[in-house]
Write a protein that binds this ligand. Structure first.
Ligand code: ADP
Length: 634
């Protein structure tokens, strides 16, 4: 290639030379001819002038201009030749430079050829060349690898998009659709991407379903998610900005995942859950009314002390069985709340010595039914009033004492309550032990699971939900529960809690014992009988209203210290009555809900200015403890 250039150079020089030669001689000839013509013009002109002036002409007159012109002419030719000679020299110099340049190029080309040849023949290169070659090779190799990887990624990406069960569409930042997958074409009944573009441009709603929130994604450079229904299919749309490693955003990719089935299942599940809650609340209401009667009336009869011997034992059995049944209802209702994540413990001031005494009474009654020995121990300084959720705490203890009694055939049950006051708090430990069948070590964790019962113990009555609910309660109290058990020897459950102590002055206020004027709002005769009898036995004055309308009338015409409000009346519910009392009469009389349906959260009652909640079945002690809080207030 270099030789050819050289040859081309040579060829050019020869051509230029011929041209120069021709130019030079043509110019010489033209100059000579012009000189001759000029000479002749001068001679003729001179002769004519002489002839006019002298009227005659001599040879001298003719030769003189001829000679002078002949001398001038060669001089002119010499000058012209000199000038062109100088131009030619410059040309030659230029040619020589061109030659040198061409030679240099040739030499460089030869060097390149040598290097290439050496590489091809794999000759041994100099150290520097070898290093350079190594670097060059590795750069080329890396580039090849990167290209292969990129190709792989592109084909993988394309395959993923095409095979994806989702619908996928991507657009650039100017809103132009760059691509979409087959699934999207199928969904829209389109044959090509162009058709998809046309469809979306002609249907504003469809376009918005695909591209809504795009601007927000661009602005925030982050993902976004929403649900939309296209052609009857519910899609969960997920958007993601495509950002290069250098941080430049190039496109927005939208994935639509078909969640129709999931949605239907979710709707069904929610409907079932709602129905279950309604069922539980209805059942609870219906069953609690008679249960309330059994617990309340047996309680009253026991307190009257008219029954002795076997009759008294039977009466106690009726009472304990009904309390246990109420306990199971509470577990079921709270389990439902836990499943719906609406379960919360609510704190209220509780007379701690009374609570402990009640626990002893009930545990005594429970163990008596099975002819088991019962030991109750309390230790430490017992504060007068603490903050806790008494219903749930009672529930925990009843579940554990109930199990201890249920799984013990001989021997007995022991309940210990240890109190330790630390500053403004009391650390309380309950230890419930039995000499029953025990629980195998490998079952210790499992028994807290829902519906779990240790194999071989199923012949005993039970639901398998008690311990599960108990552990959830304990967690809600931020307490702990420990289990020690040996098969054939017995079981011990230990609970640890910390409760806040209510300051002393509250207690003093509440120790005043005065008769309260109570408006009892209740429609079921059995419940009225139980509550009225208990209240009157406690020394309170009771007025009864059986409907919402009656309540408002009686309230208007009377003076009351407390309203005990059933939640379900024929014409209104308890919350509506509470609202009326506040709105119509600006009532400041404290209201307490009497409820069989513990599905509502305490917040619902608080929102309607109802101060407390008493769950049915009512017991004399529960009623007395609650009412005492109002006996000191005027
Ligand atoms: P259940 O209604 O069956 O008593 P729980 O959730 O209260 O349901 O208890 C789960 C299981 O744990 C029981 O079925 C029983 O096998 C075992 N269990 C609980 N407490 C005791 C105990 N004190 N002694 C022996 N086994 C017990």
């Amino acid at each position: 290639m270099a030789d050819l250039a050289h040859y081309e150079n040579k060829k050019t020089t020869f051509k230029q030379r011929v041209q120069l030669w021709l130019l030079r001689h043509t110019l010489s000839t033209i100059t000579t001819v012009l000189g001759i013509i000029l000479t002749l013009i001068i001679v003729v002109t001179h002769c004519l002038i002489v002839l006019v002036i002298n009227k005659r002409i001599t040879y001298l007159d003719m030769y003189l201009p001829l000679i002078s012109t002949t001398v001038f002419l060669p001089c002119l030719v010499v000058v012209v030749n000199f000038l062109y000679g100088s131009i030619e020299r410059d040309r030659e110099e230029l040619h020589s430079l061109q030659k040198k340049e061409s030679a240099l190029k040739n030499s460089l080309a030869r060097t390149y050829i040598t290097i290439i040849n050496q590489r091809e023949k794999n000759c041994t290169l100099s150290k520097d060349h070898a290093k350079l070659r190594g670097t060059l090779d590795s750069v080329i190799e890396k580039r090849n690898e990167a290209e292969t990887k990129l190709d792989e990624q592109v084909s993988f990406f394309s395959a993923t998009i095409e095979l994806s069960p989702d619908i996928i569409i991507y657009r650039n930042l100017e809103g132009k659709i760059i691509g979409c997958n087959d699934n999207l074409l199928r969904l829209l009944g389109a044959k090509s991407r162009e058709e998809v573009v046309q469809l979306l441009n002609s249907n504003a709603q469809l376009k918005s379903q695909f591209f809504q929130n795009d601007e927000a994604v661009i602005a925030s450079r982050s993902d976004c998610m929403y649900e939309t229904t296209i052609n009857g299919i519910v899609y969960q749309m997920r958007k993601r900005p495509a950002i290069t490693p250098k941080g430049a955003m190039t496109a927005i990719i939208t994935y639509g995942h078909d969640i129709t089935k999931l949605k239907n299942e979710q709707d069904l599940l929610e409907k079932t859950s709602r129905e279950k809650s309604t069922f539980i609340s209805t059942l609870s209401h219906e069953l609690r009314t008679p249960l309330n009667g059994i617990v309340g009336l047996s309680d009253i009869l026991l307190q009257n002390g008219h029954f002795h011997g076997l009759d008294e034992r039977h009466l106690k059995a009726i009472n304990v069985s009904a309390v246990t049944l109420g306990n199971i209802f509470n577990d079921v209702i709270d389990l439902n709340k836990m499943e719906r994540r609406t379960f919360v413990v609510t704190e209220e001031p509780v007379k701690w010595p009374d609570f402990i005494d009640d626990l002893e009474t009930l545990a005594t009654l429970m163990t008596e039914q099975k002819n088991l020995s019962f030991t109750f121990k309390k230790s430490g300084e017992i504060p007068a009033l603490i903050e806790t959720d008494p219903t749930r705490l009672r529930q925990i203890l009843w579940n554990l004492i109930g199990n201890a009694t249920k799984f013990t055939k001989k021997g007995g049950v022991t309940v210990e309550v240890h109190n330790q006051i630390v500053g403004e708090q009391v650390k309380v430990s309950f230890v419930i032990s039995d000499t029953g069948i025990g629980i195998p070590q490998e079952e210790h964790d499992k028994i807290f699971g829902l519906y779990y019962q240790v194999a071989g113990t199923k012949q005993s009555t039970g639901t398998g939900i008690g311990l599960h609910v108990t552990r959830n309660y304990v967690d809600a109290f931020h307490g702990t529960i420990e289990l020690e058990s040996e098969v054939g020897k017995g079981t011990t459950f230990t609970l640890h809690f910390t409760f806040a102590i209510v300051p002393e002055k509250h207690v003093e206020e509440e120790t005043v014992n005065r008769a309260l004027r109570v408006l009892l709002v209740e429609d079921v005769d059995l419940n009225i009988l139980v509550a009225k009898t208990m209240l009157e036995k406690l020394g309170h004055i009771v007025s009864v209203a059986k409907t919402g309308k009656e309540t408002l009338e009686i309230f208007k015409n009377g003076t009351f210290d407390l309203v005990l409000l059933d939640m379900q009346l024929p014409d209104m519910n308890g919350l509506q009555i509470a609202d009326h009392l506040i709105a119509d009469y600006h009532s400041t009389v404290p209201m307490i809900a009497l409820t069989a349906n513990v599905v509502n959260t305490n917040q619902v009652y608080t929102d309607h200015h109802i101060e407390g909640v008493m769950s049915k079945p009512l017991t004399a002690s529960k009623l007395a403890a609650t009412l005492k809080q109002y006996q000191g207030k005027n």
